[in-house]
Design a protein around this ligand. Structure first.
Ligand code: GLU
Length: 422
């Protein structure tokens, strides 16, 4: 029996394990596999220096990359830049990536990485130096056949371009398949940026028909207006919904008649934040969660709905665009109130699904049309949703438990058939 003391222990890691344990219990999971899956296979901590624009100043930063499971193929998952990133958070999110990839049937295990830095406090050249040095520190552990990073909180296409360039310089030739979410000029795929938000909303019609609600005219509230929230807002508007409130770190805006999303997008492009947009009233984050609406999309950071505020949620459908936006308490409270929750591991899997398409295109050097990408994304998302719903109905469990049953079962089957080496 090995000691339970774990370097990646943190509240978020404990939540991810608790969630896994609950589902393992329902599944009556093999004990050996259960113990194994609770711990990441590889967890790396690096520290590295980077030079500030003021040449004399050199800061030291922490970086992480966790590969939860190497059984299914290369590992896959984003890189986040945030002031509070830590090993426990990254390890928890790597585990969620394993389930997410397995739920939608991608040939990847989960990974996650990050640098503990506030990207807003860096100039463009500082951001570039941080990215290149972090990439160099983890270079032996990433690669198209090994581990494939992607954007996450605080990182974007440009950061992926610098990662790809750094890796390629070291390899001596261009290696586009080492990261996904790159600019199209470098082998990035069209429709990747919109993929997560589009994927989230692609599950709205099936969710609505399941709870007996009309999509057209449904009032949608979105927490976050970044890579996920913004494109979810556009997709919801295209479906005929009314997006009545949106917020980001600067604050929120509410208009009971529906916000003009195109105008809000233009405002954010010009000003960087939602704050100051004239198309509605100012609203706080807590007021936003409590709004009268049919659909709530938490699409920013983790843990925003918890034991203290979950009972204020009135939405009938909660689509988890962010990773881990609800604590386990919040999940239970909202379900007890009759809310239908589509969990992150299913709901936001559109991002990694189109990342998979990008990787396939890079490796094959053969690029697809936008229609092919969007069509295949919809097909994968809706098939996964129907399969998860069938498990939920059959086993009389909620959607999160059902999704995890599907993901954990796929991984367990693969582990058992591969066996233990040596
Ligand atoms: N960071 C995204 C996620 O959490 C995407 C990961 C990827 O595309 O590899 O799902």
């Amino acid at each position: 029996m090995i000691s339970d003391q774990m370097e990646w222990d943190s509240p978020m890691y404990a939540e991810a394990v608790a969630q896994f344990e609950n589902v393992s219990e329902v599944m009556n999971l093999d004990d050996n596999v259960r113990e194994r899956l609770k711990r990441p296979q590889r967890a790396m901590v690096v520290t590295f220096p980077f030079r500030r624009d003021d040449y004399k100043e050199v800061d030291t930063l922490f970086g992480y990359r966790v590969q939860h499971l190497l059984t299914m193929g290369p590992t896959k998952g984003g890189i986040r830049y945030a002031e509070d990133v830590n090993l426990g958070e990254v390890a928890a999110l790597a585990m969620l990536m394993t389930w997410k990839c397995a739920i939608v049937g991608l040939p990847f295990g989960g990974a996650k990485g990050g640098v503990r830095v506030n990207p807003r406090g860096l100039s463009r050249s500082e951001l570039q130096r941080v990215t290149r040095r972090y990439t160099a520190e983890i270079i032996n552990f990433i690669g198209p056949e090994q581990d494939i990073p992607a954007p996450d909180l605080g990182t974007d296409e440009q950061v992926m371009a610098w990662m790809m360039d750094t890796y390629s310089q070291h390899a001596g030739h261009s290696v586009p398949g080492v990261v996904t979410g790159k600019p199209p000029e470098l082998g990035g795929t069209i429709a990747r940026r919109e993929a997560t938000g589009r994927g989230v909303i692609s599950l709205l019609p099936s969710s609505a028909s399941h709870v007996g609600m009309n999509v057209s005219g449904a009032r949608v509230v979105i927490h976050g207006f970044g890579n996920v929230g913004r494109y979810a807002a556009i997709a919801a508007t295209e479906l005929g919904c009314s997006v009545i409130a949106v917020s980001d770190i600067s604050g929120g805006v509410y208009n009971s008649n529906g916000l003009e999303i195109a105008k809000l997008g233009k405002w954010v492009d010009e000003n960087g934040v939602v704050e100051g947009f004239g198309g509605g009233d100012v609203i706080t984050q807590e007021e936003l969660f409590a709004l009268d609406c049919e659909v709530l999309v938490p699409a920013a950071v983790g843990g925003v709905l918890h034991a203290d505020n979950a009972s204020s949620v009135k939405a009938r459908i909660v689509l988890e665009g962010a990773n881990n936006p609800l604590t386990l308490d919040a999940d239970e409270i909202i379900r007890d109130q009759g809310g239908f929750i589509v969990p992150d591991v299913l709901c936001n899997a559109g991002g990694v699904t189109v990342s998979y398409f990008e990787w396939v295109q890079d490796v094959q050097k053969y690029f697809w049309s936008e229609n092919e990408i969007v069509g295949r994304l919809r097909e994968i998302m809706s098939r996964a949703f129907q399969e998860v719903l069938a498990i939920a109905e059959d086993k009389k469990v909620d959607m999160r438990t059902a999704a995890l049953i599907k993901g954990i079962k796929r991984v367990t089957d693969a582990k058992l058939v591969r066996g233990v080496y040596p």
